[in-house]
Write a protein that binds this ligand. Structure first.
Ligand SMILES: [Cu+2]
Length: 192
């Protein structure tokens, strides 16, 4: 009997301890969730930050037929305001265009999408890096510092031909690039 008494006395104690521990952890989790929500509100309001899946959609069924991503509109263009934009499409298992011309030392905005499945690309060792998702337009702006040729492989596994999916990026000195650029035309490594 003397062995029963400590056990009976210990049980409510351990139960209360467990409840207290659960309650402490619940408060820790609530605090973490509140911190994350506060960070989302702060970055959203003050930095205009958006989730990576920002919603700019494009109709994948008419991609090749009309709108921004028709073949004649792909490649590099210089707008009336002097802004450089690269438009490209990823598909199993190539990029269109296969070779992209960009200037060094000037901001370049990439706009891309995919026709069939998720692709992505990275340009050499630069920070130009994005996913291409069917139905969505991926966009980012970057500046290439050094002239030269860079490889641009697909970095999202997209099927059996994935390892053969890559394009090239020619970074030209800004003056040479601007001499090639003609209003209303799309530049690629191969003159059209
Ligand atoms: Cu791919």
């Amino acid at each position: 009997m003397s062995t029963m008494v400590p056990m009976a006395a210990a049980e409510p104690d351990s139960h209360a301890t467990a409840i207290a521990a659960e309650r402490r952890w619940a408060w820790v989790v609530i605090a973490i969730m509140a911190l994350l929500v506060a960070m989302m509100v702060f970055t959203g309001l003050h930095w205009s930050a958006m989730p990576p899946s920002r919603v700019e959609t494009v109709d994948v069924k008419t991609l090749h037929l009309k709108g921004e991503f028709v073949e004649s509109n792909l490649g590099t263009s210089v707008g009336a305001d002097g802004k450089v934009t690269v438009r490209l499409v990823g598909q199993q298992y190539s990029f269109q265009p296969q070779c992209i011309v960009v200037p060094a030392g000037m901001p370049v905005t990439f706009r891309g999408t995919a026709t069939d499945t998720i692709h992505g690309f990275v340009v050499g060792r630069t920070n130009a890096n994005t996913m291409l998702i069917p139905g969505f337009v991926s966009t980012f702006t970057t500046t290439f510092t050094t002239p030269g040729e860079q490889l641009m492989p697909c970095h999202e596994y997209c099927g059996t031909g994935h390892e053969a999916m890559w394009a090239r990026v020619q970074v030209l000195p800004a003056a040479e690039f601007m001499a090639k650029a003609k209003p209303g035309e799309r530049l690629s490594c191969v003159p059209r």
